[in-house]
Every structure is written in structure tokens, then in C-alpha cells.
Design a protein around this ligand. Structure first.
Ligand SMILES: Nc1ncnc2c1ncn2[C@@H]1O[C@H](COP(=O)(O)OP(=O)(O)OP(=O)(O)O)[C@@H](O)[C@H]1O
Ligand SMILES: [Mg+2]
Length: 413
């Protein structure tokens, strides 16, 4: 079925839609851009992956999608139409003219605090609206947040729920994790969702929202780089590193909000997404600084990486100099000369690392002890000068480090 899924889908849609390119999809579905013939507009057609459809009761899936289709709110990608293709549920939605938050993160350029708060506020509004109508997302993650014209919109509402609700009787006992990442994604799963607790509710979305916020601020979610199995264990039992130590310019209110959303016990989290919106509106009113240079976010590991690159470059230059003497007859002094030039780079790297570390510590202390620069509209002179000093240093450090490490700035280390 999957090989000619596209042809079958086109045949089912008939003249109403003309399929164009396929968008890269997750494991859950196949996603196509199509033109809706009657209106001449582009839409997206999403078909449940044939592998998942085997166990799905399409009637229940249809009912859940119908519920999600009731959602009409500016930050939610609506469902246009739904149907069935030889047992595979599909639905259509508007083509969002933009890109996903995942692609934005993949650019490696940190989002500013202002941008982050704006995205989070939009996502929280979408959640608040849906939760009030009894719809839980269950798969909040950067892939399901699309950015368009300065607004964030949430897609795939109710789809993970539809899948879990639609599992046939014979497989209803299966846990979410047994069906892999399709009914939620381990990196964003609330502890109760990871444990397949049937009483998991909208507060699982609030936890996932906390992970999303953490990732936007730190550049990666908590427990990054672990296997799905270990991730699930960490979601249930491990406390993430405080966000302020990874992103020192996080406004304290926002840092506190992230920590609360990531509470293991649903009762200890903010109880509604409306609460999230309220807090985020307070954070926004404090304004925000542009993103802190990525260079300041890495801590000690950046120096280690710079030294590693330096050592590798040193060896490479030595080898090339030697080879040049032997192969093209350059004078013998070229070899020691090349080594001396390379050696001069070492103190510069060490000095940069020293300054970098001091600046990082100062920023961390500032974020934890005084309102961040971003939160103070008219800071006292001492705070103002501290902010200016930090930013002055940051440019110096950034230039030095980029010059010496030679590697593209990634966010964060
Ligand atoms: N309405 C839409 N408009 C524009 N792009 C979309 C739309 N819906 C999905 N996409 C894009 O299509 C791609 C595939 O989406 P899809 O939802 O299948 O995958 P995913 O979100 O990465 O994973 P998952 O299957 O877990 O949801 C993503 O890059 C997504 O950004
Ligand atoms: Mg998706």
C-alpha cells in the first residue's frame, strides 16, 4: 500500500485536489501538499501511515479528528476535511506559509528571549483554547509548531490522542511506548504519559510545553542525546539542569515557569494553560534583550572543543609543512617556523577561555540574583553598567573565539 499510496490518494481525492510534493513526515503519517481545485489554494493532505493503520479503529479515529476539527483559534492549524482511503484515515488542512520551529532551531542561531516568549505565548493560547474544549494534544514539540508571519501555530491537534483512542480492542492494552514515538515523543513525554498512565490529562501537554520552552532557551531539550528508553526513565525520575545555568539571560519568571511545568507530579505543575498565558504576558511586558551570543552559553565545554580543534590543526600544519619540505623542496626552517606560528595561537585560546568563563559566571550570577537586564526597563546604574560590561565583553569574547576556534558557532554546546 505505501509504495503507491500517493496514486491511491490522488485517485480517492479525484479532481477535488491535485497532489504536489510530499513533505518529509514523522513516523506517524505521510504529508502531501495539494492544490484544492475549486478554490485554487494550496492545502496539506495528511494520511495515517499504513503501518499504524493496521491496528486503528477508523471510526474512533474519525470521532477524535471531528473533535479536533471543532478547534477554531488563531494559533491552531484547523482541520478542513477528513475522509478515508482504503481504511487509512486522512484529513486536509491549510498549508501554513512558513517553517517549523524545528527548522528554526536547526539553523543554530539562538532565538531571542522576546521571540521565545512570543512563541510560547502563542502555543499556550492554543493549548488553553483546546483544553477548555476537552482536546489534549499529546505531542507538543517543535516539529508540530509552525512559524508564519511572526505567529506560531500548532498543528496535529488531537492526532496522537486520536491514534491512542482508536487502537483496536485487541491492542488497547498496549502502552504508548510500545508503539514507539508515534503516540508521543519520548523527549517531550510527561512522566505519566511515559508510564502509560490512563489517567494522564491535559497536564501532560503542560509538561511537554515546559520541555519545548527549555529547548527554545537552551537549544536542546533536557536529557538530550539519550536513547528513548533512558529518556523515558529520566522523564520519570531525573531533574533537569536548571535552565538559568544554561541560558543565563532567562527572565527569572520564565525560568520559574519552566521549572514548574517540568514537575514530575501533575498536581505541582501549573494547572491550566491559561495560567501559562498569564505568566507569559507578564514576562513580555518586561521587554527583552536580543539573544545572548551563543558563544556565552557553552561554558567549559567550548574551551575543550577549541583546544581539541587547536591540537588537530597543529598536527595538520606540522604534517603539511613536513610534506612540503620533502615534496616541493621548501627550506628546512619552514617546519619550525610553522610550529612557532601555531604555538602563538595557544595563549590566545587560553586567554579567551579564561575571559569567557569569567563572563559566563558573571552572567549566571546576575541571572540568579538580580532581575535580568531584559526584565528591567529602567535598571539602576549599577545593574545597567553590569549589563553593558557583560555585553561589551561578550562581543570581544565572541570575536576572539570565532577567530581562534575556526568552527561555526553552534547553539549551544
Ligand atoms: N499545515 C502544514 N503546513 C505546512 N507544513 C506542514 C503542515 N503540516 C505539517 N507540515 C510540515 O510537514 C512535515 C511533516 O509533518 P508531520 O506532522 O508528518 O511530521 P512531524 O511533525 O515531524 O512528526 P509527527 O509525525 O510526529 O507529527 C513537517 O516538516 C511539518 O513542518
Ligand atoms: Mg506533526
Amino acid at each position: 500500500m505505501s509504495a503507491n499510496l500517493r496514486d491511491q490518494l490522488q485517485a480517492t481525492l479525484g479532481n477535488a485536489y491535485s497532489l504536489e510534493q510530499e513533505l518529509g513526515g514523522g513516523g506517524m503519517s505521510r504529508v502531501f501538499v495539494a492544490v484544492e481545485t475549486a478554490l485554487g489554494r494550496k492545502v496539506v493532505v495528511k494520511v495515517l501511515a499504513p503501518e499504524l493503520a493496521v491496528d486503528v479503529n477508523t471510526e474512533r479515529f474519525r470521532r477524535e479528528i471531528q473533535l479536533a476539527a471543532q478547534l477554531q483559534q488563531a494559533n491552531i492549524v484547523p482541520v478542513h476535511t477528513a475522509g478515508e482511503l482504503g481504511g487509512l484515515p486522512y484529513y486536509t488542512m491549510p498549508l501554513v506559509d512558513g517553517y517549523s520551529l524545528r527548522s528554526r532551531l536547526a539553523q543554530g542561531v539562538p532565538l531571542s528571549i522576546t521571540e521565545i516568549v512570543s512563541v510560547l505565548r502563542d502555543v499556550a493560547k492554543a493549548l488553553a483554547y483546546a483544553h477548555e474544549r476537552g482536546v489534549v494534544h499529546r505531542d507538543i514539540k517543535p516539529d508540530n509548531v509552525l512559524l508564519s508571519g511572526g505567529t506560531a501555530v500548532v498543528t496535529d491537534f488531537g492526532v496522537a490522542k486520536a491514534l491512542s483512542a482508536a487502537k483496536r480492542d485487541g491492542t488497547r492494552g498496549a502502552t504508548l511506548t510500545e508503539v514507539g514515538t508515534s503516540l508521543g515523543t519520548p523527549a517531550y513525554m510527561a512522566p505519566e504519559q511515559a508510564a502509560a498512565d490512563p489517567s494522564a490529562d491535559h497536564r501532560a501537554d503542560i509538561y511537554a510545553f515546559g520541555i519545548l520552552a527549555y529547548e527554545l532557551l537552551a537549544g536542546q531539550p533536557p536529557f538530550h542525546g539519550r536513547s528513548p528508553h533512558k529518556l523515558l526513565a529520566a522523564q520519570m525520575g531525573e531533574t533537569p539542569e536548571p535552565i538559568s545555568s544554561l541560558r543565563p539571560d532567562t527572565p527569572p519568571l520564565l525560568a520559574e515557569l519552566v521549572t514548574k511545568c517540568l514537575e514530575k507530579e501533575p498536581d505541582k505543575r501549573p494547572q491550566s494553560a491559561t495560567d501559562l498565558v498569564k505568566v507569559l504576558e507578564t514576562v513580555t511586558s518586561g521587554g527583552g534583550l536580543p539573544a545572548m551570543p551563543a558563544i556565552l552559553l557553552g561554558g567549559r565545554r567550548r574551551l575543550g572543543r577549541a583546544l581539541l580543534w587547536y591540537a588537530l590543526s597543529f598536527i595538520a600544519v606540522a604534517l603539511i609543512a613536513r610534506a612540503a619540505i620533502i615534496a616541493i623542496g621548501l627550506p628546512d626552517w619552514v617546519f619550525p617556523g610553522a610550529l612557532v606560528v601555531m604555538a602563538l595561537g595557544l595563549p590566545v585560546i587560553l586567554f579567551t577561555g579564561f575571559v569567557h568563563r569569567g563572563t559566563h559566571q558573571a552572567l549566571t550570577a546576575a541571572a540568579l540574583t538580580v532581575p535580568s537586564c531584559a526584565m528591567v526597563s529602567d535598571p539602576p546604574a549599577s545593574a545597567r553598567s553590569r549589563c553593558m560590561t557583560i555585553w561589551g565583553w561578550s562581543s570581544v569574547v565572541m570575536n576572539f573565539d570565532q577567530l581562534n576556534a575556526g568552527a561555526p558557532t553552534r547553539y549551544p554546546l
